[in-house]
Write a protein that binds this ligand. Structure first.
Ligand code: HEC
Ligand code: HEC
Length: 150
């Protein structure tokens, strides 16, 4: 095989590979490749997601002892930012007595060095880092979670 023939053979192999790739695309999408929204055509709209409202009133209880309790009421109207925390206007002492709300736990007045403070610690300021409104929704990932009991 001279150099010219070699170039021709390589070019030929390249064309065959291209042809196979083209045939694969022409045959339709590869079923083993799935997009995050499943087998839905690109131009069709998604199915509406289930909307689960907050279950108000009865508390779901805790799934394990150390769990931050779920919130048994809606929170969309309560502002929490750098300066304001409306959760505390019901859940901090002495306002909790007035609103009949459970007081934030004593652990929430201890900073990360273990100092006991008069106000809620900054490490507990953004309540929804740990507490979320309760909803009766299916789990996002199937699991067999069991709390440790010993
Ligand atoms: C208007 C007063 C009020 C505001 C504001 C408020 N809550 Fe509550 N919260 C309550 C009351 C009252 C309860 C007791 C259960 C009930 O009646 O819904 C409660 C219950 C809870 C509980 C359950 C506690 C437990 O021991 O089970 C959590 C957690 C909670 N709230 C977190 C929050 C967070 C976080 C915010 C802010 C985003 C907030 N709350 C804002 C009044 C309030
Ligand atoms: C870093 C996570 C974390 C943050 C942030 C946090 N909490 Fe908690 N909270 C917990 C855990 C865990 C518990 C249960 C154990 C305990 O009492 O410390 C709890 C308990 C509570 C309770 C129940 C107290 C009781 O005695 O039944 C209330 C009410 C509460 N938190 C409200 C709040 C509010 C309001 C904020 C925001 C100002 C907040 N928490 C911020 C983790 C957190």
């Amino acid at each position: 095989m001279n150099r010219f023939q070699k170039i021709l053979t390589t070019a030929g192999a390249g064309l065959v590979a291209l042809g196979i790739a083209f045939a694969a695309t022409a045959a339709g999408p590869d079923a083993s490749v799935q997009s995050l929204r499943g087998p839905v055509a690109v131009d069709s709209a998604n199915a509406k997601p289930d909307i689960h409202g907050v279950e108000e009133g009865n508390s779901f209880g805790r799934s394990y002892r150390q769990q931050p309790p779920l919130i048994p009421h809606r929170i969309d109207k309560y502002e929490v930012d750098l300066k304001t925390n409306q959760c505390l206007s019901c859940h901090d002492w002495p306002f909790n007595t007035e609103f009949g709300a459970p007081k934030v736990s004593e652990t929430h007045y201890v900073d990360r060095q273990g100092n006991r403070l008069d106000d809620v610690a900054r490490t507990r300021w953004f309540c929804t880092q740990c507490h979320v409104p309760q909803m009766d929704a299916p789990e996002l990932v199937e699991n067999t979670f069991e709390p440790a009991r010993d």
